[in-house]
Design a protein around this ligand. Structure first.
Ligand code: CA
Length: 236
């Protein structure tokens, strides 16, 4: 992985020991870390520091992490990773809907935290795309910054290439694209080499979306998941 020296991280955390240990680890990997102790100071400090990434604890004295996240979102585009002891799916959904870009449950691995910070810092620098807006096509929701895709609320595990492909399709839902146009759109937005034809990637993507017309696959709950109508003609 490419090192991102100088990335500035603002960590909003009231647990002294966790804040110190985490800051020490991140600092030893070339990041600059500023710890903020409460949610009320988060916005003012973020405006002052202009960090590349904000780590935000959910349970904070004063205003909680979700409210702090909303206030940050109103003023800044900085990626926010929520770190919390809560592990419920509802917390995760609430966190992401509250404007967070990623979500990490305590106790988290320091390496994973570092990887996620670096990923967010890279995306914030525009290597994935300038827009952090979710792309929604029917029941399909694509979060460009966190690279999360859900279909009817269920998270899909996509490769980087499949993500880039699906995003390109979803951004142009309703248009018909040629294979060559698709390849041009996806080129450069994924690290994966072009070792297989785009047809194979599309086939995998369709399987993950549960939408192979030749071999309809019932979902776990017995209902057949279907690709949102806007995307259907594009990859048929
Ligand atoms: Ca806390």
């Amino acid at each position: 992985m490419i090192s991102e020296p100088g990335s500035q991280v603002m960590y909003v955390e009231d647990e002294e020991r966790l804040a110190q240990l985490t800051a020490a680890y991140l600092t030893s990997h070339g990041l600059q870390v500023t710890v903020v102790r409460n949610g009320g100071e988060a916005v003012a400090e973020a405006l002052r520091l202009r960090p590349d990434v904000i780590l935000l604890d959910l349970m904070l004295p004063g205003i909680d992490g979700l409210e702090a996240c909303r206030r940050l979102r109103a003023r800044l585009d900085t990626p926010v990773i929520i770190v919390t002891a809560h592990g419920e799916e509802s917390d995760r959904v609430v966190g992401l809907e509250g404007g967070a870009d990623d979500y990490l449950v305590k106790p988290f691995s320091s390496r994973e935290l570092l990887a996620r910070i670096r990923a967010q810092a890279r995306r914030a620098r525009g290597q994935i795309g300038p827009s952090g807006q979710a792309i929604v096509v029917g029941a399909l929701r694509i979060e460009p910054l966190s690279m999360q895709v859900t279909l009817e609320g269920r998270t899909l595990g996509l490769t980087t290439y499949e993500f880039a492909l699906l995003r390109s399709l979803a951004e142009r839902a309703g248009q018909v694209l040629t294979r060559e146009q698709l390849m041009d759109l996806v080129k450069g937005s994924a690290d994966e080499a072009f070792d297989r034809s785009i047809d194979v990637h599309i086939s995998h993507l369709r399987q993950k979306l549960g939408d192979d017309p030749r071999n309809p696959r019932p979902a776990q709950d017995g209902a057949r998941r279907r690709l949102p109508a806007g995307l259907r003609p594009l990859i048929s």
